[in-house]
Design a protein around this ligand. Structure first.
Ligand SMILES: NC(=O)c1ccc[n+]([C@@H]2O[C@H](COP(=O)([O-])OP(=O)(O)OC[C@H]3O[C@@H](n4cnc5c(N)ncnc54)[C@H](OP(=O)(O)O)[C@@H]3O)[C@@H](O)[C@H]2O)c1
Length: 338
């Protein structure tokens, strides 16, 4: 394994250069089975050695636990990192097992203080609205976020799962550095409206779940059978039952391309997302999530791959054939509101 550092990309029109691949830290505390703190710490260290400088978390990942877990690493390397976190998914007042979406000013203000305190830093480099509360105009939400920039609590603003029109409205209030949405060989709905809007506005695209939450690597085939009872992927329609079986068959062309590059299917999935930067003409920064140092090596090595036109053509039909939605309730995604 080479120790050469990965290339960089710009995060926002006037933002910092970051490693062209970031690290998704959610699974270190939440959603994807039992945490392994020692392996996760080693993963963070290895990622930084390889040039990963942009780390993604959210206050909702384990009700603050993920931010707390990351704090010692962030504090030890503060000047080398871009720290991204999010607000917007609140605990339901009557049922702590459920979530509601909140974008109102008092809520945002309490969230930013909570995140700063848990992260143990003076400023958040990139602060995202995680999900859109449809009862609050986006201009109002971004107006509050802009105040946080003026107050020095936050450096840059981001939005997750907004439509192209919502992004335009937001940009009218304050520059948006990054739009974070799901983008992978299995999830391409943002290409119709969101990606063109981001390109037009000079917004960088941060691609979450670029490995299709692990499914594209072949690390699980059916969430019901292969994953623990509390794993979030058991709630995602495309990973269970007949859908999972049908979707497994779609991995074949990815394996074919992987063989040609002496690479893994996961590396081809990441290379495909990365290459969308060229295809669509905007900065694209995938943030694959892993808790294993060897996997961060494998994933970052994918930044050196380049797929041919023929290979892109072979992979092109996959997304349209995927059975099952990304989420049970698509209203809170950009595709669900377009
Ligand atoms: N804005 C949003 O609404 C939103 C939604 C979801 C996620 N995110 C962010 O995006 C990040 C990445 O997305 P994600 O974690 O959902 O999905 P992902 O990156 O597509 O896949 C992560 C899964 O793949 C496995 N994996 C990673 N590298 C692998 C490899 N080389 N070989 C085999 N398996 C591998 C991981 O397992 P191990 O950990 O065991 O390696 C994990 O289960 C998250 O961490 C989070 O920060 C944001």
């Amino acid at each position: 394994m080479t120790d050469s550092r990965i290339p960089t990309a710009r995060l926002g029109a006037n933002g910092p250069e970051v490693g062209v691949q970031g690290l998704g830290c959610m699974g270190m505390s939440f959603a994807y089975g039992p945490p392994d703190a020692a392996a996760s710490r080693a993963t963070l260290d290895r990622a930084l050695e390889l040039g990963v400088t942009h780390y993604d978390t959210a206050d909702a990942y384990g009700a603050g636990e993920n931010e707390k877990f990351l704090s010692p690493f962030f504090k030890a390397h503060r000047d080398e990192l871009v720290i991204a976190t999010k607000f917007g998914l609140a605990v339901h007042p009557d049922d702590p097992t459920k979530r509601i979406i909140r974008n109102d000013a008092p809520y945002i203000r309490s969230c930013v203080e909570g995140s700063l305190q848990r992260l143990g830093v003076d400023v958040i480099d990139l602060y995202y609205m995680h999900r859109r509360d449809l009862d609050v105009p986006i201009e109002e939400t971004v107006g509050v976020m802009a105040e946080l920039v003026r107050e020095g609590k936050v450096k840059q603003l981001g939005l997750s799962e907004v439509t192209g029109d919502e992004l335009r409205a937001a940009q009218g209030v304050h520059p948006i550095a990054a739009l974070q949405s799901e983008w992978s060989l299995f999830s391409r709905d943002i290409e119709a409206q969101v990606v063109p809007a981001a390109r037009e506005l000079g917004v960088s695209l941060v691609a979450y779940s670029p490995l299709g939450r692990g499914f594209l690597t072949g690390s699980f085939a059916n969430a019901d059978q292969d994953l623990t009872a509390d794993d979030f992927r058991r709630q995602q329609p495309r990973f269970t039952g007949d859908n999972a079986a049908a979707n497994g068959a779609l991995l074949e062309p990815i394996r074919t391309v992987a063989k040609a590059h002496d690479a893994t299917p996961g590396q081809i999935a990441l290379a495909w997302v990365q290459q969308q930067a060229e295809v669509h003409g905007l900065p694209v920064i995938p943030i694959p999530g892993t808790r294993k140092p060897t996997r961060v090596e494998e994933n970052t090595a994918a930044t050196a791959l380049h797929l041919t036109e023929d290979e892109l053509a072979l992979l092109e039909p996959i997304a349209a054939k995927v059975a099952g939605d990304r989420y049970t309730d698509m209203r809170f995604t950009s595709a669900g509101r377009e």
